[in-house]
Design a protein around this ligand. Structure first.
Ligand code: DP6
Length: 333
């Protein structure tokens, strides 16, 4: 049995839209911070038929939808295709049984797909005979299941960079490891309602937004600025570029066809209040939102106490605290 572990990541320069939906090849580069909690573990065993069993934080079995099993099975097929293309296809199993244990509490606004598929990228990489796969190769295996999962194959701050064409043409590059600049992510969840449209469908319609082409033109400069802010630990620079990018991604989502409105009135209220507090208390805090109303408040050590108190004072919101973490990795093989 092969077992791997991983956790989610939070994007500072967002991935939205693909140049190839089937292979999850992003239309542009993106960059995120890998988080240290909550964790997911995935185990792979050889089997005659493809099966999936999934358990929540309490060890209770979660029923799998047909759609989610089909996505996992398709990822396994793509992963084998990629390994064969590397000349590493010898003795790969025809089928496997997957056991996924997720400590990600339901509805905390942290997408689990990056954590799940990066575990699977690690585990599938361990199916090959001979030399271990490189971190780039593991990143590609993970990305084939969920675009953002491709950014978990290193710890700390990780970019997903586009290269020439083909299945293997987008993979991770580490900008700085998890010890370089420990940052906190205080997550405020205003609503636990399930979103109606997931990222996969959303990515596929991104190009229908009249703002999409302009976004693609803006990203290379933002990537350079974000990388420079991270390398020099310049919080203000990081705040300006990441907030601009996240809010622009939401304008793209809201103007695509059909439009996706992930931010709620509560999200906007929280943003306004934290911006006021940041100004009055001179806090090193930035806000960012993925495909949902959840607000991630990323902050430096000197500001974490005030930001946590602000989060805990929010009525009817779930709060989750996490920070910069390590890469996806094998536990047993
Ligand atoms: C808004 O990686 O979740 O969180 O490939 O369909 O699983 P799939 O998409 P996913 O897209 C992430 C979108 C985002 C921004 C980001 O994390 O960069």
């Amino acid at each position: 049995m092969i077992t791997a572990t991983s956790s989610p990541n939070i994007a500072l320069i967002k991935y939205w839209g693909n140049r190839n939906d089937a292979l999850r090849l992003p239309a542009a580069d993106s960059l995120s911070m890998v988080l240290d909690t909550p964790t997911v573990e995935a185990s792979v065993e050889l089997s005659d038929v493809f099966t999936v069993q999934s358990y929540d934080a309490n060890g209770t079995e979660k029923p799998q939808t047909e759609q989610s099993v089909a996505r996992l099975a398709h990822h396994f097929t793509l992963a084998k295709e990629y390994l064969v293309s590397l000349g590493r296809g010898k003795n790969l199993p025809k089928n496997i049984s997957l056991t996924i244990r997720s400590a990600i509490p339901p509805a905390i606004g942290i997408a689990s797909s990056a954590a799940v598929f990066s575990c699977l990228g690690e585990a599938y990489g361990a199916l090959v005979e001979g030399r271990p796969l490189s971190r780039e190769e593991v990143s590609i295996l993970s990305r084939l299941g969920s675009g953002s999962a491709g950014r978990n194959s290193y710890g700390g701050f990780v970019a997903l960079i586009n290269h020439a064409d083909g299945m293997a043409s987008s993979y991770a590059e580490q900008i700085a490891d998890e010890h370089h600049w420990p940052l906190h992510d205080i997550v405020i969840v205003p609503s636990v309602k399930e979103k109606k449209v997931g990222s996969t469908e959303g990515h596929a319609a991104a190009a229908t937004s009249p703002l999409f082409a302009e976004r693609l033109r803006a990203i290379p400069k933002r990537m350079r600025e974000c990388i420079s802010a991270l390398r020099t630990r310049d919080f203000e620079k990081l705040q300006v570029v990441s907030e601009e990018d996240a809010l622009e991604m939401h304008r793209v989502m809201e103007s695509q066809n059909p439009p996706l409105q992930y931010l709620s009135d509560e999200t906007h209220r929280i943003l306004k209040e934290i911006e006021g507090l940041r100004k009055s208390e001179k806090l090193n805090v930035l806000h960012t939102m993925d495909a949902g109303p959840t607000v991630h408040l990323i902050c430096a050590e000197d500001s974490v106490q005030t930001v946590t108190e602000f989060a805990e004072a929010q009525k009817n919101c779930l709060i989750f605290k996490t920070k910069t973490g390590k890469s996806s990795r094998l536990i047993t093989s």
